[in-house]
Each structure stands twice: as structure tokens, then as C-alpha cells.
Ligand binder design. Structure first.
Ligand SMILES: [Cu+2]
Length: 71
């Protein structure tokens, strides 16, 4: 299991947090998602054999936000 942090732009309310959380949790290999609205981040525990930070960021982009893996 690995952990990654995504920086996410465009989240403004609890509904956004829920949308991002749901999108990430649907992805195979994602174990745990914690979205912090104030910081604009998502901390994700995932199986590196099944998904990647880049792919997770794309999922968030797909629902209308702008995400990129924190360096
Ligand atoms: Cu919102």
C-alpha cells in the first residue's frame, strides 16, 4: 500500500468534497480517501499495482476539478 497527496483546485463546499471523495473511492485499488477542503488536498491510500497518483488526479479532473499529485 502507498499514500499519495493530490493538490486539488476548485473545491468550494462540502458537496465538492463528497464528489471528489466518491470519485476516488470508486477507483479499483483505492483503500482510503481523506479530502481536506481548507487545504485543497486529498490524501489517498492506494495499491500501486492497481492505480497511480496520475490516474487518480485524472479522475478528479474528469469531474470538473483540477488535480495534480503533490511533489
Ligand atoms: Cu461544492
Amino acid at each position: 500500500m502507498a499514500t499519495t497527496i493530490l493538490n486539488i483546485q476548485g473545491m468550494t463546499c462540502g458537496g465538492c468534497v463528497k464528489s471528489v471523495t466518491n470519485a476516488l473511492q470508486r477507483e479499483a485499488g483505492v483503500e482510503k480517501v481523506e479530502v481536506a477542503l481548507a487545504q485543497g488536498t486529498a490524501t489517498i491510500d492506494y495499491d500501486p499495482a492497481r492505480t497511480s497518483p496520475q490516474q487518480l488526479a485524472e479522475l478528479v479532473d474528469d469531474i470538473g476539478f483540477e488535480a495534480r499529485p503533490a511533489a
